[in-house]
Design a protein around this ligand. Structure first.
Ligand SMILES: NC(=O)c1ccc[n+]([C@@H]2O[C@H](COP(=O)([O-])OP(=O)(O)OC[C@H]3O[C@@H](n4cnc5c(N)ncnc54)[C@H](O)[C@@H]3O)[C@@H](O)[C@H]2O)c1
Length: 396
């Protein structure tokens, strides 16, 4: 890997993840599907050779039909964004499950067969994290656009490799940072950008519940990925200068089930992320404290997820004696912005399809995935060093 990819800017990449117009075959190319029947588990949906609906892609696929993949299948089929939707999993039970739910969805156990199918324009990778890099790499090498579930890869070197490959192949590379498509998070970004909170002092996030334990990654790579992507987005893409992480494994597999991360940004901004698979309560709460106002976002609330508190502290600008020094506290109104909620995954799905169809760079592109992986990588290095601060991008 000789070329350096900067994670603090889009510099060095043509149009982010690289659409230069070469080689993209658009979506006007009709394939009749001959020779590409997907019947891996004996399921034969009716093959109707209908003309492509304007704007509809020829085909989209999802690999990995465990807990999360079926949500992608639902969104892709309900949106009718593609003439064909193909679902792939090694496990026949998972394929049968999808066939029972969606009669129009084709299934296969062979990822290679899927990638050989010229109808398939985009692939969603929803397999375990340890497989993301290899699965995404194969899809890009087969000239497919790809959305990789979070996190993009298990190292920044792998993530950078995918960014480079997508650019070389002129294909969309998107990462499943789902919360960046959720209405409350988008609203908070709007509030911060408008300067309503003032200068950001700190962000504190808790994401905890009982389960789901993962076998291949620890709780930071599983849950904190969401908080890191949210925090980086709210910080306008700013990357922290250094990260520390402490955690512990309680079930003897050296996979931490509880962790606390600290992200240090320039200009005295600090963020704390507490993640756990071992909490009696389901908590999804982010507090943002600014110089003017404070905001609390509770994603478990059924409504009124965001509250803006007109609370703050002022210190006297000048004082001569300690007796003159006095903080004054402000306790103002609480404001609850109206939010029109839409399923974040539905928004993300629509955006992925739009990026493929119109050769756009996704909001959560490969670079955004690389930034998040770089933070997680530094957190892992810190964990191994007992929680020391580790600069982002340092050799670990
Ligand atoms: N964006 C989100 O909010 C969100 C939420 C949950 C999970 N996820 C992500 O989704 C991904 C999947 O998580 P999950 O909980 O559904 O995992 P899971 O273990 O429940 O499912 C993974 C599936 O992939 C299949 N699989 C593995 N290797 C395969 C291969 N080579 N070819 C075909 N199929 C293969 C397995 O048989 C299994 O059915 C993870 O990356 C996870 O981080 C994202």
């Amino acid at each position: 890997m000789s070329e350096l990819i900067r994670i603090d800017t889009d510099e060095g990449l043509i149009n982010g993840n690289g659409h230069n117009g070469n080689g993209h075959n658009g979506n006007g190319h009709v394939h009749n599907g001959n020779g590409h029947v997907h019947n891996g588990n004996g399921h034969h949906p009716a093959r109707v050779e209908e003309p492509v609906v304007p704007g509809q892609l020829r085909g989209m696929a999802v690999v990995g039909l465990g807990y999360w993949g079926p949500n992608w299948i639902r969104n892709l089929s309900q949106s009718q964004c593609a003439r064909r939707v193909v679902a792939c999993d090694l496990d026949q039970k998972r394929r049968d499950h999808i066939s029972r739910l969606y009669s129009g969805v084709e299934t296969t156990e062979s990822y290679e067969e899927l990638l050989d199918d010229p109808d398939i324009e985009g692939v969603v990778v929803a397999t375990p994290v340890s497989t993301h890099y290899a699965m995404a790499r194969r899809a890009l090498e087969a000239n497919k656009s790809v959305l990789v579930e979070k996190p993009l890869a298990t190292s920044s070197a792998q993530a950078a490799e995918l960014v480079r490959l997508a650019r070389d192949r002129n294909r969309v590379l998107m990462v499943g940072h789902t919360f960046e498509y959720s209405a409350p998070v988008l609203k908070i970004r709007e509030i911060i950008s408008a300067g309503e909170l003032g200068d950001i002092f700190y962000i504190s996030s808790v994401r905890a519940n009982l389960g789901l334990f993962q076998r291949d990654v620890n709780v930071a790579w599983d849950l904190a990925t969401h908080d890191i992507s949210i925090i980086l987005m709210l910080m306008g893409g700013r990357v922290p200068e250094a990260v520390s992480c402490q955690g512990e494994s309680h079930y003897g597999q050296d996979i931490e089930d509880v962790a606390m991360l600290t992200l240090r940004f320039s200009k005295n901004v600090i963020a704390f992320i507490h993640v756990s698979w071992l909490d009696p309560d389901k908590i999804r709460r982010t507090t943002i404290v600014g110089s003017k106002k404070m905001l609390v976002y509770d994603d478990t609330a059924s409504q009124e997820k965001i509250r803006i508190y007109d609370k703050g502290v002022s210190a006297p600008p000048h004082y001569d004696t300690f007796g003159e020094f006095q903080f004054s506290y402000r306790y103002g109104d609480i404001q609850i912005p109206r939010i029109e909620e839409k399923e974040p995954l539905g928004q993300e799905c629509e955006h992925f399809v739009d990026c493929i169809r119109n050769e756009k760079t996704p909001n959560t592109d490969g670079l955004s995935g690389l930034r998040v992986v770089s933070v997680l990588e530094a957190a892992s290095a810190s964990l191994r060093q007992g929680g020391q601060m580790v600069p982002i991008g340092s050799k670990v």
